[in-house]
Design a protein around this ligand. Structure first.
Ligand SMILES: [Zn+2]
Length: 268
């Protein structure tokens, strides 16, 4: 069986609380031999580290998600840095900019939006500083904010590589990410019937610049769309990615695992 990695899952989410060993075993049975579990705030990051310490095949990324920026401390750097020094931490993330869910979409004002956006930038920048300082790469979440996200990231791009996760933007956007020395990763979205644009972008990306991920418990691929997603489903994603890139699963396995090993510290 071909070996693949799930480079982005949220194993600390309550969805998995009652059956974590089973979820990880099902992944292993499907050939998914490594999982990077991604923190979304300090507590979630701490849980990610605990899970990584418990299961040999699991590694952790620590970071604070932009959607939860209003709950973040004024300065996250010292706490994040101390988490990031834990032995199985292989990246900072997920971090970034998200303009999809602004306060105004929940009854807030324009002033609330401006404050929220500024807070996201501050939080993103502080976490990029920690990554640069520690020599770690970053897992980037970006939604409806490609330009604002690049604007913050670009000054760090010579010191930190990013993976723009769950990539759904156009080929030109992917090209700009790659030109910064960063990479992209694809979720089950690329298996959706109506996602031909995502597959078009996917086919434009050289195989040594991409990784596979589930974003579990979200975004289950076909034929599980709408259900809870889990790392084993990288298998279904790999099949569609292989077909789209017109490469064998052997080639895809070798390429994507190598990209992940180069990207994530300590992943071996
Ligand atoms: Zn995620």
């Amino acid at each position: 069986m071909k070996e693949f990695y799930d480079t982005h899952a949220h194993l600390d989410f309550p969805d998995f609380r009652d059956e974590l060993p089973e979820v990880i075993n099902r992944a292993a049975d499907a050939g998914i031999s490594r999982i990077v579990t991604i923190g979304t705030d300090l507590e979630s990051s701490q849980r990610a580290i605990e899970i990584a310490n418990r299961f040999e095949s699991v590694f952790a990324a620590v970071g604070w998600h932009p959607n939860d920026c209003m709950e973040a401390p004024e300065d996250i750097r010292i706490q994040l840095e101390s988490l990031a020094k834990s032995s199985k931490v292989s990246a900072i993330g997920e971090i970034g900019i998200d303009h999809y869910r602004l306060p105004s979409s929940r009854g807030g004002t324009e002033t609330d939006d401006a404050f929220f956006k500024a807070k996201q930038v501050q939080l993103f920048r502080q976490q990029l500083e920690v990554a640069a300082e520690l020599g770690l790469n970053v897992v980037i979440h970006q939604r409806a904010a490609f330009e604002p996200c690049l604007e913050v990231f670009e000054p760090f791009a010579n010191r930190v590589r990013g993976v723009f996760h769950c990539f759904v933007d156009n080929p030109a956007a992917a090209k700009r990410v790659l030109e910064l020395g960063s990479i992209v990763s694809f979720t089950g979205v690329c298996t959706f019937k109506n996602a031909s644009e995502v597959r078009e972008t996917l086919s434009s990306v050289p195989i040594h610049n991409l990784m596979l991920e589930t974003d579990a418990p979200f975004l289950a691929p076909m034929p599980f769309r709408g259900k809870r997603c889990e790392p084993a489903y990288v298998r279904e994603i790999s099949e569609v990615v292989g077909q789209t890139l017109e490469v064998s699963l052997d080639t895809l396995s070798e390429a994507t695992c190598k990209v992940a090993k180069d990207f994530f510290k300590g992943l071996c």
